[in-house]
Design a protein around this ligand. Structure first.
Ligand code: NAD
Ligand code: MG
Length: 386
């Protein structure tokens, strides 16, 4: 029987690669739902090709366009935030791939879990904001969360067959981004264009900036805590500029397992969608002689403060990571718009953490309020700075 997949954020970097995987394996996957926020043209093109049961365009301004373009197909067309959130509940969906960016992923993921859908999780912000709530719900509703993030997929792959064996620690690899080895004086003047040039991966704008500030690795440390039930002290980060070793697990006997390969997100995407089976693929293969040295170095936490901040809030718990995530989303957006400098991103996060009230055991509505209050505060700070 085919596996029915809903892709939230189908027009993005992960979404389009997921459709490539599904297009290459039509006997295995079928597309139930596609959603996008703004890119109506691509959503229409994808729907006409993959014939999902339903599509949702987030921005209602594009509804008429999508509706009329798909009128000859038997596809339900919806728009708006409520449809984005509830479309995942449809009976014929097996797995929901959360490939939208940012905090917006939280509510649809909650709805999908409550409807009993397995989650293929690319939207790491959901676990950063509300990891305790999400993993609790997943246990309660008996759904699996399969990681799509390449590092977490690597760890997940290393853990297959290790049931019952305790993890001593995990080691997340980081490329170091475009500014590896640079100091703060240099970073003070880097441009949006420089920050958007990632050495090894081609991704959406937000995660690319997060990779340049090492916030992405910080978010991934928090994501790993929730996915694999670890303490902060069990999660190490090592900079590995070649991005060939995707991450490692160290067990109690001292043995370390790594998962390796050329960087290609299609591999973790298809592993998450088809676990435990591996699908045959034609992706380019890694060749050791092309890489005479794989190198590893310590991350520079004094220069790239966001990674240090992530460890701090991981220890702190409660709504602290939600504050960091919201401040970071506002700061990254402002940096992309040229309103603030690269180093202002960390400053804005630190100031938000100092200002927004800490809640040790937040409810869902506490997360909503924390997110809103932090966004408001960080946006006001930016107004003052410009
Ligand atoms: P992207 O910007 O390329 O795509 C984002 C998608 O989300 C688009 O389809 C867009 O229409 C949709 N979207 C944007 N805002 C939305 C909103 N408010 N509500 C609903 N949908 C919205 O982003 P991406 O690079 O594909 O990343 C998606 C997620 O996957 C992020 O959480 C990112 O951290 C994670 N991730 C990405 C990669 C990668 O290689 N791109 C790797 C690991 C993890
Ligand atoms: Mg990653």
């Amino acid at each position: 029987m085919k596996k029915n997949i809903a892709i939230l954020g189908s027009t993005g970097s992960i979404g389009t690669q997921a459709l490539e995987v599904m297009g290459a394996n039509p006997e295995i996957f079928s597309v139930s739902v596609l959603t996008a926020q703004e890119n109506a043209d691509l959503l229409i093109e994808q729907a006409a090709k993959f014939l999902p049961k339903a599509v949702v365009i987030g921005n209602e301004k594009h509804f008429d366009k999508v509706k009329s373009a798909l009128s000859t197909f038997n596809i339900h067309v919806y728009s708006g935030i409520e449809a984005l959130v509830s479309v995942v509940e449809s009976d014929d969906i097996d797995t929901v791939l959360t490939a939208m960016v940012g905090y917006a992923g939280l509510l649809p993921t909650i709805h999908a879990i409550k409807a009993g859908k397995d989650i293929a999780l690319a939207n790491k912000e959901t676990l950063v904001v509300a990891g305790e709530l999400i993993t609790g719900l997943a246990r309660q509703y008996g759904v699996n969360i399969y990681p799509v993030d390449s590092e977490h997929s690597a760890i997940f792959q290393c853990l297959v067959g290790e049931e019952g064996n305790r993890i001593e620690k995990i080691i997340l690899t980081a490329s170091g981004g475009p500014f590896r080895g640079k100091d703060r004086a240099y970073l003070a003047h880097v441009t949006r264009e420089q920050a958007l040039k990632h050495p090894n991966w081609s991704m959406g704008a937000k995660i690319t900036i997060d990779s340049a500030t090492l916030m992405n690795k910080g978010l991934e440390v928090i994501e790993a805590k929730w996915l694999f039930d670890l303490e902060a002290s069990q999660i190490d980060v090592i900079v590995h500029p070649q991005s060939i070793v995707h991450s490692l697990v160290q067990f109690e006997d001292g043995s370390i397992k790594a998962q390796m390969g050329l960087p290609d997100m299609k591999l973790p995407i298809q592993y998450a969608l088809r676990y435990p089976a591996r699908l045959k693929s034609a992706f380019p293969r890694f060749n050791f002689t092309d890489y005479p040295s794989l190198t590893f170095e310590k991350p520079d936490l004094d220069t790239f403060r966001n990674l240090a901040i992530a460890y701090e809030v991981l220890e702190k718990g409660g709504n602290a990571a939600c504050i960091v995530n919201a401040a970071n989303e506002i700061a990254v957006e402002a940096f992309l718009q040229g309103k603030i400098g690269f180093l202002d991103i960390s400053d804005l996060i630190v100031e938000s953490l100092a200002k927004i009230s800490y809640i040790s055991t937040p409810t869902y509505s506490d997360y909503v309020q924390t997110n809103e209050a932090t966004r408001r505060f960080a946006s006001e700070l930016i107004q003052v700075k410009v």
